[in-house]
Design a protein around this ligand. Structure first.
Ligand code: HEM
Length: 522
């Protein structure tokens, strides 16, 4: 009798478990059937490995096979909905019910076991902390002269290095990465790190490895967190633990030093001093959100969200100069025409340089380094594109689909800055470039990032011609520019070589890619 009851109980529990695992909510968006426990993860991994590793390509394949621009998945045990059409992407970016962030294994591990910072939080906590950082950005002069001077001093250093290595093949990404990190470091700590400081190179390597090892839904580790016990290295778990530990070690001495040296007059010098002042003002509040740990997580957010993204966009802009020398000539012509020979570029000059502005927009549209945006969390039961999205579902957005929509752009696969210029050379048609997102969670570093992109790009182009290395300079074909980007949380260009030749010297006419190259972004 007892074995029979036991067997029946086990059977019923198994059926209940399977029912719960396989349950698909009514009117959930179309998508593949999922398996218990692992959901669609094995299927997605299989399609990713067959298609060059990009998550967005997989979503597009599923959208095609299920004939829907909103798809419903289960990754591990997490329900994930992906929006791919402009109207739905816009709804997720802007509507109140999609302003949450998931609370999952990856997000917790990213913020060292907490749920702190800005990028990974939501609700009143997120709103308070985001407002603080935005206010400090404004007070510290971001968007104005103070920010410009910082970027300018990084540009001067960069130009010096390029000038001293003018005949050498160089990968621009490796140099601008340091310039960008130093702009961020200056904003956060009020100081810069010398290029030869080992810590800086370690930080850059960590940021790059981390971005490559995961995707916007947290990768396999998030979907199957138990993998950390079986394959801690392969699953990326050890990488994240190392990343957290090293960043903590990196920031802690600087935060401690700021505590020791704090005075009220220093409060607007940098983000750490401003934060410490706020912590002291709220000392008497028993449950203040302004703590050292929260400050560390905000700093982490700024480096994770701002470092790779700004560097990769700039790297791609430089790469397009050798892929499309015809465009480089137009950029040079506009700079020479509108900026005085001795004038250093300033972000405010962008109105004078509409072709450069249009080119930078086209780089962002065409390459869509944040090809998949998010993740967001539905704060309540809601609908998207007519389908039901249950509360707490994770929602991802295909920004690349918006940027490559043939109905809107006509010829999206062609790299053509002129699409953003009208007959009077005014910037037009830029509302559908969502590189920085939209709505309340729009990128908070947008002005800083745009200013870096514009100042570094124009500053370098004003002084140099970018040329492909001659064949005997660079026998290595692997260092030719590639239109296929490396996969990751954000996409990044593969390393390539350029020679920075001071302007005024003969410019090689290396139009080997042809004028009308229509570049395919896989
Ligand atoms: C070209 C460079 C950049 C690109 C393409 C970019 C893109 C984005 C996008 C698309 C989002 C929106 C995420 C969402 O909708 O859920 C975002 C958010 C964010 N960005 Fe950027 N970003 C860039 C540079 C920066 C910089 C320089 C910083 C730091 C100062 C920064 C800090 C942040 C933060 C903290 C968030 C999270 C905002 C929130 O959750 O409320 N970003 N970024």
């Amino acid at each position: 009798m007892i074995p029979f009851v036991l067997a029946t109980t086990v059977l019923l529990l198994t059926i209940a478990f399977l029912f719960k695992e396989l349950y698909r909510p009514a009117n959930y968006p179309p998508g593949p059937r999922w398996l218990p426990i692992v959901g669609n993860t094995p299927l997605i991994r299989k399609i990713v490995s067959q298609n060059g590793g990009q998550q967005i390509t997989v979503f597009n394949k599923l959208a095609q096979s299920h004939r829907s621009s909103v798809i419903g998945l289960k990754l591990g045990r997490e329900r994930v909905v992906v929006a791919l059409a402009y109207e739905d992407v816009k709804a997720v970016l802007c509507n109140e019910e999609f302003q949450g962030r998931p609370d999952n294994f990856f997000i917790r591990l990213r913020t060292m076991g907490t749920r702190l910072g800005i990028t990974c939080t939501d609700g009143a906590f997120w709103s308070e902390q985001r407002s603080f950082v935005t206010r400090h950005l404004r007070q510290a002069g971001y968007g104005r002269r103070a920010m410009h001077l910082q970027i300018q001093s990084e540009l001067t250093e960069l130009l010096g290095i390029l000038g001293s290595r003018s005949e050498e093949p160089i990968w621009p990404g490796s140099l601008v990465a340091v310039s960008v990190i130093n702009v961020l470091w200056m904003f956060v700590t009020g100081a810069r790190i010398p290029r030869d400081d080992d810590r800086l190179n370690r930080l850059l390597q960590l940021l790059q490895d981390r971005s490559k090892a995961f995707d916007m839904s947290g990768g396999t580790l998030n979907q199957l967190p138990w993998l950390r016990f079986i394959a801690p290295e392969w699953s990326g778990y050890n990488l994240l633990v190392r990343f957290n530990k090293q960043l903590h070690e990196f920031f802690t001495p600087t935060i401690e030093e700021h505590h020791r040296n704090f005075s009220d007059e220093k409060a607007s010098d940098d983000l750490i001093y401003a934060y410490i002042k706020e912590m002291r003002n709220r000392d008497s509040e028993s449950n203040t959100n302004f703590t050292d740990l929260q400050m560390t997580m905000i700093i982490l957010d700024i480096f994770i969200a701002g470092g790779q993204t700004t560097r990769s966009t700039l790297d791609l802009a430089f790469m397009m100069m050798i892929v499309r020398p015809d465009i480089q000539r137009l950029v040079h012509a506009e700079i020479d025409d509108k900026l005085a020979p001795t004038q250093e570029p300033h972000y405010e000059d962008r109105q004078k340089l509409p072709y450069v502005e249009a080119f930078l927009l086209e780089v962002q549209r065409f390459f869509s380094i944040a090809a998949v945006n998010g993740p967001r969390r539905a704060l309540k039961d809601c609908t998207l594109g007519g389908y039901r999205v249950p509360k707490d579902t994770t929602v991802l957005m295909g920004l690349r689909n918006v940027h490559m929509d043939p109905e809107h752009w006509g010829d999206p696969e062609v790299f053509r800055p002129e699409r953003f210029l009208d007959a009077d050379r005014n910037i037009v048609n830029s509302e559908r470039v969502l590189a920085f997102g939209l709505g309340q969670r729009r990128c908070l570093g947008e002005t800083l990032a745009r200013s870096c992109l514009f100042t570094f790009f124009v500053g370098v182009l004003k002084r140099f011609c970018l040329c492909k290395p001659r064949a005997n300079d660079d026998d290595d074909d692997e260092m030719a520019p590639s239109m296929t980007l490396n996969p990751g949380i954000t996409l990044s260009p593969k390393p390539y070589h350029v020679v920075f030749q001071p302007r005024g010297q003969t410019v090689p006419q290396n139009d080997s890619f042809g004028e009308a190259v229509s570049v395919v972004n896989e």
